[in-house]
Design a protein. Structure first.
Length: 217
């Protein structure tokens, strides 16, 4: 607790008083515009990266930003997705992987998972990613970054198996995006489905104003 208590005090005494009106208004209800699915990794700070405020993004986090296909897991992901899409009516769904991801390294067999049986079984939900890596491996040498990028796309496919998501997609009230955050250089890359590659977010601003669905998966 000694790492945390000073922060708690600072928040209550110095930070919160300035934010009080915002939180009072948020106590009436939340209306986030985005469901962000990302890794539990301590180096990711969703609000910092997106420069959003409390109340703007609804976040699901787990090891490897994995979304098990609908009905295949008893975890909380299904409920959180359903609530975000049908309860809160978010309009953006973002899957965000990141550089130096331990879960992706484990998926490549580069991390010893002996003694971590729950991690091992959780990563089974990324079997499709592993299959894609094996396929790509026949064409070129695969690096951790490739696995991370592929996994985001695989999880986007899994996301679409959830009934709330597939219905909302049919009704054209949500869009799904794939991102990779490289925290060591402060860059977010966004998957471009037209050119089938990730591009730096700084390069996409003009294109999205012309066509908001341009980067939707
Ligand atoms: Zn990670």
């Amino acid at each position: 607790m000694k790492n945390l208590l000073p922060g708690l005090r600072k928040f209550s005494e110095d930070v919160f008083p300035q934010l009080k009106p915002d939180f009072e208004s948020l106590s009436q209800g939340q209306k986030p515009h985005t469901l962000l699915i990302t890794c539990s990794d301590s180096r990711i700070d969703p609000n910092l990266v997106t420069q959003t405020q409390p109340g703007e993004i609804f976040v699901v986090r787990n090891a490897g930003n994995i979304i098990p296909p609908y009905g295949s897991s008893k975890g909380g992901e299904e409920a959180a997705i359903e609530f975000a899409v049908d309860g809160l009516r978010v309009t953006n769904l973002v899957i965000c992987g990141h550089s130096h991801c331990g879960a992706m390294a484990a998926l490549m067999g580069k991390v010893n998972l002996d003694g971590l049986p729950s991690v091992k079984s959780w990563l089974d939900h990324a079997q499709a990613t592993r299959r894609r890596i094996d396929m790509l491996n026949k064409q070129k040498e695969i690096h951790l970054g490739d696995v991370t990028e592929e996994n985001v796309l695989v999880q986007a496919d899994n996301l679409k198996t959830h009934p709330a998501v597939s219905t909302a997609l049919r009704e054209q009230r949500i869009r799904i995006y794939g991102w990779v955050y490289q925290f060591e250089i402060g860059t977010i890359s966004i998957f471009d489905p037209v050119n089938q590659k990730y591009i730096a977010s700084a390069e996409v601003k003009d294109e999205t104003s012309k066509d908001p669905s341009r980067f939707a998966l």
